[in-house]
Design a protein around this ligand. Sequence first.
Ligand code: TTP
Ligand code: MG
Length: 425
Amino acid sequence: MSMRKRRIAQKWWRYRRCICECLDIFSMTERESCTFSHIFPHFHNPAANLIRVYCKREDRETVMQTPYKNRIILHVDMDSFFASVEVRERPKLRGKPVVVGADPKGGAGRGVVSTCSYEAREYGVRSGMPISQAFQLCPHAAFLPVNLKLYHEVSANVMETMGRYAEKIQQVSVDEAYLDISSAESFEAAEAIARDIMDEIREDEHITCSVGIAPNKVVAKIASDFRKPEGLTVVKPGEVQAFLDPMPVTKIPGIGKKTKERLTSIGISTISDLAAADIQELISIFGKSGIRMHGLACGTDEGEVEDRGERKSIAREVTFLEDTSDRDLIFKTGESLAEDDCMRLIERGFCCRTVTVKIRYTGFVTKTKAHTLEHFTDDPAVIRRCAATLLSEVLEEKSVRLIGVKLSNFESGETRQATIDEFGK
Ligand code: TTP
Ligand code: MG
């Protein structure tokens, strides 16, 4: 386990004990009337996760439903996602123009660019552009085919990481998600969380992302795009209008080329123009969407982060910087991944029965092996031992590129409550 992960783990176990002690001290009625942040004002969102795990159901609902003063929403978007994953897989391409998409066939290819690295963007290459045009603009770029399976694997890891920091997460595409972290209760605390997320994704997945923090989803999305790549933009409640005002109307999600043209024809080009426009005129041209458009230009958006709660497994995997046949390193990494998964399992209040290990050898041959335990567990030692046994069964004398550990077959959070009273005995 890395020092950083060890620190996080220690912190969590300490919190877990404190929380249980506190909840014991407070009587039921007091619990109902106080938010967790009153008990520990310096706690951020991990507290909310722990409340889910350790409060009795009725207490948990009361605590979780306590409205926070401000909503704090993060929008996280990976930078040049497909291209960044390809560069991670081929480190020699770092810093070079990389185009992912159709085969350019020396300039005669059909099809389009899916995405490209920021280095390729300097030559004018863009997503959706004909691949032949991209080839003309930057013939010396590395042109690579789309490998969706790999991007979905990375996407799942990234979403899993982000999910641990938020009380609600809504994935909106393969590389972006909204996170509700209102329980952080201050934009300063939210910024620290965003930096942790960025660091963790960089360390674990070797790709970067940009983050926007704002009081609502739409402003957070605009903010994440504001300083790409690796940008972090915080827009506090009092700063929303000043942030939006100078931007072109096309920055508002949903305003495309056609709407922009109609707005330009009535003298509206910036968001500030749109916010100042006569709403009746907007309705007469755009119908109901005129109201929404105007609201967004004024920085208001009530849309909730819609967490579908469909987490059926917890998985982590690591690609070694260099392929390795060092069994000691492989086993240590596997055990550390198992512990890491287990921490997440505990945070969610689940127990699992099935542990799966995955090994990818040099040359992309992948082997997996799963074992279903006799009982549900969230015991790190049991899960670590099971992962190690599976590894010893599956590992061949070959050099390894990637290793992963997955926990699945969860017991519901409600069944888990039975064991909560046991804690602290
Ligand atoms: P985006 O997030 O729009 O783009 P991006 O991540 O490549 O770059 P940015 O740094 O600007 O966020 O899309 C995510 C992925 O979706 C992208 O890597 C490839 C895929 N995609 C397509 O396949 N076709 C497209 O037209 C677009 C826009 C994206
Ligand atoms: Mg992106």
